[in-house]
Design a protein around this ligand. Structure first.
Ligand SMILES: *Cc1c(COP(=O)(O)O)cnc(C)c1O
Length: 388
């Protein structure tokens, strides 16, 4: 057996092997999965926009007008006028001077953090931050310290004990992607002001979901600060693809001039930009979608707690069911699938060892009967596996 085969065998034995399942339909509350129709409860398509008629129409029209590709990076000849429209709308949504689209949220994190912190600087990161932030820290070359999840006392100590004059960047998810709780943004910004640091907030799951205008975590807390930089994705609640950074013009110009993941890649295609533009309009014009998402959130979280599941500190449409060992988490997910419900099991290294879980995500267009079905199956299987 070669090295790769040995590693794959180890993953299989530890119930950590990952494989791909084929979706054979559009993204709705139900999908065709490997030839079978199932109820979908693990998509980040929170507002159902991935299949919204207005977005589909905008994408199709953009293909007719602009074609399918951009042919070059944005600094060469790929910078279609659609970018400016999307970026102005994103800056409006985030309440910032400026915004810049990247080819994905992952790329935005790598591209921005590499500019904001380098050798000799200090990055302080929440232990439950998304993997793309961890990769960005590693690639930046900065000194990288992790603080316990949302532990502001530990964060304060780390800030207070840094070398004089050392630049500090605090990194946090806005909504934590696997636990579904919200970052204490006012406290983070307060520390940033006191200790002259910058908060970089990854709002991938909060954009379009949190706040009166769907602006994300800062909108939720109705807070703004010159110490804050916001990152988001166009691929979750916004239903399409791409990522972005929102901040002041000096930051955005620096990224355009220096960020290699921004510079050395072909510009996103026009259909994707038109999709983003339409999504931003829907977010503005249809607050009812967000309202329905949150009604579903309240209904399901109450139901899960009544059944006795441990949903950690979740307060958003990401609702984990803590299980612990990967084997039981896999068995739970498999049993649900056999009963027509698709909820994937999340295992290490995506979550800390011993905290394997089911991760349920809700959409605005899930119906009460669909959620009731989910609760019923969770109850039956949960009892059988002795989780509850
Ligand atoms: C999904 C996600 C990303 C990456 O965004 P993509 O647009 O999918 O590349 C970054 N951060 C967090 C917290 C995410 O959940």
């Amino acid at each position: 057996m070669n090295k790769e085969e040995k590693e794959l065998k180890r993953l299989r034995e530890a119930q950590l092997f990952r494989s791909l399942l084929s979706i054979e339909s559009s993204q709705s509350t139900t999908v065709m999965l490997e030839g079978k129709e199932v109820l979908l409860f693990c998509s980040n398509n929170y507002l159902g926009l991935a299949n919204h008629p207005k977005l589909k129409k905008a994408a199709a029209a953009a293909i007719e007008t602009w074609g399918v590709g951009t042919g070059a990076s944005r600094l060469i000849s790929g910078n279609l006028a659609l970018f400016r429209q999307v970026e102005e709308k994103l800056a409006d949504l985030k309440g910032t001077e400026s915004a810049l689209v990247f080819n994905s949220g992952y790329t935005a994190n790598i591209g921005a953090i590499g500019i904001l912190a380098g050798k000799g600087d200090l990055i302080l990161a929440d232990r439950l931050n998304h993997a793309s932030l961890i990769d960005a820290c590693r690639l930046s070359g900065a000194t990288f310290r992790v603080y316990r999840h949302k532990d502001m006392c530990q964060l304060q100590k780390l800030l207070a004990s840094r070398k004089t004059g050392q630049k500090a960047l605090i990194l946090s998810d806005g909504i934590f992607s696997m636990d579904g709780d919200i970052a204490p943004l006012p406290a983070l910004l307060n520390l940033a002001e006191v200790y002259d640091a910058t908060v970089y907030l990854d709002d991938a799951h909060a954009t379009g979901v949190l706040g009166m205008h769907g602006g994300g975590t800062a909108d939720h807390f109705q807070i703004s600060s010159k110490h804050l930089i916001q990152m988001g994705t166009l691929s979750k609640a916004l239903g399409g693809f791409g990522g972005f950074i929102a901040g002041n013009s000096c930051l955005i110009d620096t990224l355009i001039n220096k960020s290699r993941p921004f510079i050395y890649t072909t510009a996103l295609p026009p259909s994707i930009l038109a999709t983003a533009l339409a999504a931003l309009e829907v977010i503005e014009e249809e607050p009812a979608l967000r309202k329905r998402l949150w009604e579903n959130q309240r209904y399901l979280s109450k139901g899960l707690r009544q059944l006795g599941f441990d949903t950690l500190e979740s307060e958003t449409p990401i609702l984990p069911i803590l299980i612990g060992d990967s084997k039981t988490a896999m068995a739970f997910s498999k049993a649900l699938l056999e009963n027509g419900i698709y909820v994937s099991a999340i295992r290490p290294p995506t979550v800390p060892a011993g905290s394997a879980r089911l991760r349920i995500t809700l959409m605005a267009n899930h119906t009460k009967p669909q959620i009731d079905r989910l609760l019923e199956e969770l109850s039956t299987i949960g009892h059988r596996l002795q989780i509850i």
